[in-house]
Design a binder for this molecule. Sequence first.
Ligand SMILES: [Zn+2]
Length: 425
Amino acid sequence: MKHIIILGDGMADHPIEKLGGKTLLQYANTPYMDMLARQGKTGRLITVPDGFLPGSEVANTAIMGYDLNQVYEGRGPLEAASIGYEMAPEDMAIRCNIITLEDGKILTHNGGNLSTENGDILIKYLNEKLGDDQIRFITGIQYRHLLVIKYASKHVVCAPPHDHPNEEWKPLLVKPEEGWENVHEPVIGRNGQPTGKLRMTAQETADILNYLILKSQELLSEHPFNQKKIAHGERPANSIWPWSGGYRPNMQTLMQLYPQVKSGSCISAVDLIRGIGHYAGLDIIKVPGATGLADTNYEGKAQAAIEALRHQDFVYLHLEATDEAGHDGDLELKVKAIQYLDHRIVEPIYKEVSTWDEPVCIAILPDHPTPVEIRTHVKEAVPFLIWYPGIEADSVESYNEVSCVRGAYGLLQLQEFMNTFMKID
Ligand SMILES: [Zn+2]
């Protein structure tokens, strides 16, 4: 049996008065997901462990079968993988925003909507001026870049800049995590054993990061790109802001965890999800026109999944559009994105793989709800369905938050989903 997980990011929602008390999944016209729920088995899943916020990187890692307490290293290492930077054991990789400061405050977390092209110019300039054998700035996407420091400690407290708009930046500078100020943590090698080398302390790391922040402000304000911006009365991109750092995740590949998987692919427009896929040992398929928005290339993603399944055993197909519509609070757009997922992804994949000699097991679920009335992720169980040719159906007739409460799988926790799914053979 081959396996495919189709994930609608943030797809689950709450009952909406305007929809007659229905959730969006209940309201939307989703004949294929409903059919698979009717013919298959359903349940609910808790995707976010205690002590974690319901971030997509957290929930998707749990759905893929990993224990967050063992493997979670923050955004930096996932984005490093997505960019194509292969982390060494001694590296500490940290997200490096380019932001806009004004009058001592954080004006925007995105450097005035910096483009990737201009971000690349500024990051290369910073790397030339501040980079060395130990410190490296690497271009990412738009305002979201990467800073890698060898032998740095991840035990530092950083402020995510999008959480602190219009706040003074000086009190938000990097601090050592309590208890780690003077600790030299050992570097762990790829075999899970200490390499005999030690990291710098958290205090030393915080000092370097703060030095780089202050130096970047001097350098960026002098740069012709920003001089021009200021002359035109536009917002300059005038400071780096590092946050969410970590080491290379200690993740076994899915092939090691589930021997029935010989090879697999991850299809997503989102760099964090691609990063998880990379460390899980999956091929990262980049589909042209996959945007992460409602106008994404649905057909292209479905075809890429079908092609991958022809010669591989496992596909993780992630669709971001549902989450984005939830963040925008756009009810109509989210309903549309759910219907597109059903009609333009689930339908073609089901129609193709259900004719194959080698059966394909399909799972569909969100990673967390992003309710349109709340406009951010919430930590609640999500509905899932599992279907394969010949599966014995449960009594659930449609796929949504309410019907799946009665599903035969009941309420699963975290890795139980992947373990249950991969056991189907
Ligand atoms: Zn998500």
